[in-house]
Design a protein around this ligand. Structure first.
Ligand code: SF4
Length: 455
């Protein structure tokens, strides 16, 4: 609708960021102006996350804040994403200021819903399935970075881990046809993007309809075939996240070994190092299965950086079972670890179990695991000192003038001194110092052949 301004705020994961990029592309094409001002916008959209109860509550706080600022003309408020999908119509009763509720599969219908609401239709709800043949186009100017693009390849989740709300908010797994993914990556390359992240709740569960499978690409699974096909587009760097352990096939490691532009980083959440807890979590694998995946990753030709997620204090987790998690972390020697204290998510099976590990105990376990990981990480990061890494320079540092920052292929944050002219370029950096979560170095070659540096 011509002349109306839209403010959009995104919560949560990369999938939500990618959905917002699509929504903004569609809204601009429909004639809306995008604004960063929530206090003057005609339309305010909150693209929401429901993974934790706290994230959900944040949305209601933000709606209150925006309305409070506007003494006078109220904006049209739309709630999209996971909270919209889960709560549906109930949101209208909970917060009457909301005019549009659009779920995780309604992104391409959002401009139409907003227009109808601006024309006076009340309480519009769309939590339906995706339209067949839905277009996933994102304008390059709406991407979160001019150099790095998120490309969703699979949506939803069929795993139903006992503590997780995602299968309910994002629905069942749906894979994009590979040709569509390849076309998007080729176009991104032409537009000047240097790196793509193939994203999804579980990328390696990728299973497109058989009739859409690509021909001419070898591989033991549809995902490893897709990886090879994406690598063959010549995109400078390809990363992918998140991988699910039960669906992790060693052919993924072989593909990384074959193509230097497939980045040497795997994020493989384990969640616990105890078989009984993994069973209670309904993760569908045992510690030994996970360690077999880790072994295949560690035996790659290139050193592959490995990161993971762990939940401490799951219902019934004893201190001996937690000790098994510590042991697993020591065995895996992760490059990075995201640790979460278990928190009950209503609507999940685990919410029916007694949340019997006290908060004090959860904090103790969190800190103990964090300390173990900190020691491991110090060793891992110190191992980079003296090495050369290829770095995609993403921006100048906001805190230190003359400092640049970017990521290596192994997904380390690298800081170094240099001119802003390097932003958007790939440079070779010699690492001089390791800090807790980042590396510091100096440029040694600004004309790096992107395929030459293995790290
Ligand atoms: S794999 Fe498990 S934790 Fe991950 S999104 Fe699916 S249900 Fe949630």
């Amino acid at each position: 609708m011509k002349g109306k301004s839209v403010y959009i705020e995104t919560f949560g994961c990369q999938m939500n960021v990618a959905d917002t990029e699509r929504a903004v592309t569609l809204l601009r094409a429909a004639g809306y102006e995008l604004t960063k001002q929530d206090d003057t916008a005609d339309v305010v959209i909150f693209n929401t996350c429901s993974v934790r109860a706290r994230a959900e509550q944040k949305v209601f706080n933000r709606i209150g804040e925006v309305r409070h600022k506007r003494c006078g003309k109220e904006p049209l408020i739309a709630v999209t994403g996971c909270v919209a999908q889960l709560k549906g119509e109930a949101l209208f009763a909970q917060t009457p200021a909301i005019s549009v509720v659009a779920g995780t599969r309604a992104t391409d219908r959002l401009p139409d819903l907003i227009e109808r609401a601006l024309n006076g239709e009340q309480k519009l709800l769309d939590i339906d399935e995706r339209r067949k043949g839905e277009v996933w186009d994102v304008s390059p100017v709406e991407r979160h970075s001019p150099y790095v693009a998120f490309v969703p390849i699979i949506e939803g989740c069929n795993k139903f881990c006992s503590y997780c709300i995602v299968p309910f908010s994002r629905g069942r797994e749906q894979s994009r046809p590979p040709q569509e993914v390849i076309t998007e990556v080729r176009r991104l390359r032409e537009e000047g993007f240097r790196e793509v992240h193939l994203i999804g709740q579980n990328v390696n569960s990728y299973r497109p309809p058989p009739e859409t499978e690509l021909e001419g690409f070898a591989g033991a699974t549809p995902f490893s075939r897709l990886l090879r096909a994406v690598a063959a587009t010549g995109m400078e760097r390809v990363k992918f996240t998140t991988s699910f352990p039960r669906d992790f096939h060693p052919d993924i490691v072989r593909a990384i070994d074959e193509f230097d532009n497939l980045c040497n980083w795997v994020h493989l959440p384990v969640q616990s190092g105890c078989d009984r807890i993994l069973r209670a979590m309904r993760r569908g694998y045992k510690v030994a299965d996970y360690l077999a995946c880790v072994e295949s990753i560690k035996s790659a030709r290139r050193m592959i950086a490995l990161t993971s997620d762990i939940i401490v204090g799951y219902p019934g987790e004893t201190s001996d079972e937690f000790a098994e998690t510590i042991l697993l972390v020591q065995q895996c020697q992760y490059d990075g670890l995201y640790i979460f204290k278990y928190s009950e998510r209503s609507g999940t099976p685990a919410a029916n179990f007694p949340n019997d590990v006290s908060d004090i105990e959860k904090t103790k376990r969190f800190m103990a695991l964090e300390s173990v990981q900190r020691n491991i990480q110090r060793k891992v990061y110190n191992g980079y000192v003296g090495r050369k890494l290829s770095v995609l320079v993403e921006k100048g540092s906001t805190r230190h003038a003359g400092q640049l920052t970017g990521h290596s292929k192994c997904n380390k944050v690298i800081n170094f001194t240099g001119s802003l002219d390097f932003v958007g370029e790939t440079v070779e950096v010699c690492i001089l110092e390791a800090k807790e979560n980042s590396l510091y170095g100096k440029i040694i070659d600004s004309r790096v052949d992107p395929s030459s540096s293995h790290r």
